[in-house]
Ligand binder design. Structure first.
Ligand code: ADP
Ligand code: MG
Length: 323
């Protein structure tokens, strides 16, 4: 077994690449960032991944590095922000280079793709926990908020939804996937793609947005609550990837409507912006699908393809209510 390394060597080796946009990165008591240009706001968000809770012991460290940053970037995407910098707080049971090297590679590969810099953090021994704080910028007043949905807006979703929940069900033994579907579903669960480009392109077009992390209907519910509106969702319109498309209808609905962890962008926009939404999506190469409509309420109603009202039996994920 390779010798483990000390705290400062660990930081120097794996988490101290040079920074270019920050004035000062890791190594001092604080990092320093230039003040944003006037007219820009700073967007900040934190997300934590805990072993045994968000990932299994033995999870691929390279994929974890990707996912830890991806879920945070997804929050920046959800407000339409441009990524700038992030910090990394790590608790590790040991300083094993065989874990640190691929974790660091997965993290930096996604960071480089989105031009976001690691500028500092904290490292301690403890149960494996990865906590990232991201900073981004957004023109003042243009952030896409949960509170922005208006009566008459279309409800849109990016990409496809449900594959991450499909993978989770296979892992839990709720169902068994064939090898092709399993590979596709686990890839979606382990390697979400934050919709940064699409969300930025939707600034000034969309009224409201949220990233789907706890479940499509649950996350839409947050938008409805904060916007004080209702909605109808046409549940059979939710886009599915090939792995999910071949599943029985009940499973498909459960995965799409209650499943989180796909990190797609759910947003609302007025019908007059349909062409603009489509053009933004085309420019980013990300498909978007209209799945419903905001209205005055009450609450959230589900409609199937035959125009029948369906019961909402799709609660989202809640850390203190679910196991
Ligand atoms: P302090 O004791 O002053 O909080 P630390 O010893 O915790 O400083 O950290 C030393 C430097 O290394 C700091 O600049 C900190 O931002 C950076 N750092 C610590 N852990 C990490 C990490 N996991 N990733 C990136 N930078 C880190
Ligand atoms: Mg510290």
């Amino acid at each position: 077994m390779p010798a483990s390394i000390g705290e400062f060597e660990l930081i120097a080796r794996y988490f101290s690449r040079p920074v270019h946009r920050a004035d000062l990165g890791a190594g001092d008591d604080c990092a320093l960032l230039p003040a944003p240009p006037s007219g820009e706001q700073i967007a900040i968000s934190t997300d934590m991944l805990v072993e045994g809770r968000h990932f299994l012991p033995g999870a691929d460290p390279e994929a974890l590095g990707h996912k830890a940053l991806a879920v945070n970037l997804s929050d920046l995407a959800a407000v339409g922000a441009t990524p700038l910098a992030f910090t990394l707080a790590l608790a590790l049971p040991d300083a094993d280079p065989r874990w640190l090297e691929p974790f660091s590679c997965g993290l930096y590969a996604l960071a480089d793709r989105h031009a976001i810099e690691l500028i500092g953090g904290d490292t301690t021994r403890g149960p494996r926990t990865i906590c990232i704080t991201v900073l981004g910028t957004v023109p003042r007043g243009q952030a896409l908020l949960r509170s922005g949905a208006r009566d008459g807006d279309d409800i849109w979703i990016s990409g496809t939804v449900g594959d991450a929940r499909l993978a989770l069900g296979d892992r839990r033994g709720e169902w068994t996937l064939d090898s092709t579907a399993r590979a596709a579903a686990f890839d979606r669960m382990d390697r979400p793609e934050p919709r940064i480009g699409l969300a930025r392109a939707l600034r000034g077009i969309a009224h409201a947005a949220i990233d789907v992390s706890d479940g499509l209907l649950a996350d839409l519910g947050h938008v409805l609550e904060q916007s004080r509106v209702g909605a109808v969702v046409e549940i059979d319109r939710c886009p599915a990837g090939p792995a999910l498309a071949g599943q029985p209808i009940d499973r498909r609905r459960l995965c799409q409507l209650a499943g989180g962890d796909d990190y797609e962008l759910l947003f609302t926009a007025p019908p007059r912006q349909r062409d603009a939404v489509q053009a933004a999506a085309d420019a980013c190469g990300v498909p978007v699908t209209r799945i419903g409509r905001i209205d005055a309420g009450p609450g959230l109603r589900l409609m199937d393809d035959d125009g029948r009202v369906a019961d909402n039996v799709y609660p989202g994920f809640d850390h203190f209510r679910a196991d």
